[in-house]
Design a protein around this ligand. Sequence first.
Ligand SMILES: [Zn+2]
Length: 194
Amino acid sequence: MSRRARGYVGGKAASVEVRRRDLATLFGASLVGAGLGATRSAGAKGVLMASLPEDETFMRLALAEAARGDFPFGAVIVRDGAVLATGHNSGIATNDPTAHGEMVAIRTFLSGRPAGELQGTTLYTTGEPCPMCMSAIVWCGIGRVVFAASIEELSTRIGQIMVPSRAIADAAPFATLSITGGVLAAEALALFKT
Ligand SMILES: [Zn+2]
């Protein structure tokens, strides 16, 4: 059984075949039903997308960042195969609870480049973005998010605000971005020492 999901690459619509089973792997069974339902609704703005061949390469860079974090979360921002910024959680070192890997990567990017250049970039993150980070991603016009472990999976290791990234994207009618989950999730979860 397969369903059609629509992904957007470089502003051009591209169709990818995704199996419901694969989506269950990527997003967790509970989210798949809601995700496919949202795919069919006119208001959906977060578009589920299958992983690309290069995703694991950049996720491994994010994992390396995560290994350096106060909490094991890391992110990299990429455009056209080039890494433009990196970040890892520095909530303790900087006395800043908002210093999540994604926020640090975005701030690092903005420290050296115009905000407009964030538009259409891809952000790789070892953990599904929390509502704060996902909102920042939407405000910045980032075009695609690729995450490793889902919020649901992360919640078995560390406290999470249980709002999926897609829900934030879907609530922003002015933005469309692609979301890919489950890339090297086991590696991301393994960074949490028990
Ligand atoms: Zn966050």
